[in-house]
Design a protein around this ligand. Structure first.
Ligand SMILES: [Zn+2]
Length: 411
């Protein structure tokens, strides 16, 4: 019965894929399996250890989430996350009731989400920005009337050593607060769903009634795409100052259709991940820096340094992706994502992908080199903000896979 319904719904799928006829769920499944089969684990970057996790998730301490702490921890464990940044909508209860710290193999980091106004109202089509304060240690206080003083808010987040990330940046009414933040979301699952509003009923029905292959295809077609507005703005900001680009899973686990949870944490955590490089100390201690030694302070420091990339791991595991600068070919790594270094003769930027794809290098927001395969090399001859995107070809088109934070080459 389910299979029959799924194939019936499958007939509607082309509209989800855009103007051209979308490939079948079976073709997408086969293409993804073929890509994963080509995956290799690249050597880790000298002096760094990589951690994989999720930023931006809600529990039932938020008014719009039904997920319990036990459910979110179980999903994090199943997704083999090293860290989970929980960002419930602000309430002082977060500081007494929220999960925090090491829970088995997962480091849970305190964050909060605080609204910053909207550029568009309305329940489903709204665009409302917020700030994620990651690594917050103590309660913050809104003004007497419950309204936040945004200048004070950013100062207080900074004072606590927490990170401020603008979530849903297209909803930002007051652009000057972009300058106060440490970074922005360059992708957010909830925002992307809102962009596909007309397709949501079809998606939910297909998701609730279809099988695993059908779900995988629906998620790929609905959610795996570049957020062009965010990326253009991010490139503009990094021209002026350092700005971290992160991706928000914005997991709520609050939607049931035909009695089925269609947005379980277990799905949200496998669609998209944030990968972080944390310094391992000396080479000798590399082995000693096991995941359980990761702390909130170390994670926040690595994110603040911009040593991170985001990837749609739904397609393939991007662990071990590398983007680094070398003073000369064959020399050790001189800089990784997030680092700044001076322009010197012979400086080479190298990106390496664990799965063959389309590697693209952008300087100051402009694509300057494309290479199909596993590696892109570029001899730099001018300063700029250099970042890399990797796309994977799934059946009929290239789809974004990895978005890496920039290396800043200074004059
Ligand atoms: Zn949120």
């Amino acid at each position: 019965m389910q299979a029959a319904l799924a194939s019936g719904l499958g007939a509607l799928a082309p509209a989800v894929g855009g103007c051209s006829r979308a490939p079948s769920a079976g073709a997408i499944h086969e293409a993804l399996a073929a890509l994963r089969a080509q995956r290799v684990q690249l050597p880790s970057v000298e002096r760094y250890v990589e951690f994989r996790g999720v930023v931006h998730a809600h529990t039932n301490l938020s008014h719009d989430s039904t997920g319990t702490p036990a459910e979110i921890l179980e999903a994090a464990r199943l997704a083999i996350l090293d860290f989970l940044v929980v960002t419930d909508h602000y309430t002082p209860r977060i500081f007494t009731e929220s999960i925090e710290g090491r829970r088995d193999s997962v480091l849970v980091v305190h964050g909060v989400e605080i609204p910053l106004g909207c550029t568009r109202g309305g329940a489903l089509t709204r665009r409302c920005a917020s700030v994620l304060a990651v690594g917050l240690k103590e309660p913050l206080s809104p003004g007497e009337n419950g309204q936040w003083n945004w200048d004070e808010l950013f100062k207080n987040i900074q004072k606590q050593g927490a990170l401020s990330i603008i979530a849903h940046p297209r909803g930002m009414m007051l652009p000057r607060y972009f300058r106060q933040a440490d970074g922005i979301e360059i992708y957010d699952i909830a925002d992307t769903l809102r962009d596909h509003l007309m397709d949501i009923p079809r998606y939910l029905a297909g998701f609730a009634l279809g099988g695993a292959e059908h779900r995988e295809a629906l998620v790929l077609q609905m959610l795996v795409e570049r957020s062009n507005w965010n990326l253009v703005e991010w490139d503009r900001f990094t021209q002026e100052r350092r700005c971290i680009g992160l991706a928000g899973n914005d997991a709520h686990q609050n939607l049931r259709v035909f009695g089925q949870q269609v947005d379980p944490y277990s799905l949200a955590f496998t669609i998209l991940n944030t990968h972080v490089l944390a310094p391992s100390g000396t080479a000798e201690s590399l082995k000693a820096f096991a995941p359980e030694l990761m702390t909130t302070d170390k994670l926040v420091a690595a994110l603040r340094a911009g040593r991170c990339f985001v990837s749609f791991n739904l397609m393939a595991d991007a662990t071990s992706f590398r983007f680094a600068a070398h003073r000369e070919a064959g020399e050790p790594v001189a800089a990784v994502m997030g680092d700044e270094l001076p322009l010197e003769d012979g400086l080479i930027l190298v990106a390496q992908s664990p799965v063959p794809g389309l590697l693209e290098l952008l300087r100051d927001g402009v694509p300057i080199r494309r290479q199909e395969g596993r590696e892109l090399r570029h001899q730099t001859d001018r300063p700029g903000v250099y970042r890399v995107e990797v796309s994977l070809k799934v059946v009929d088109r290239w789809r974004p896979w990895i978005l890496a934070n920039p290396i800043y080459v200074r004059a």
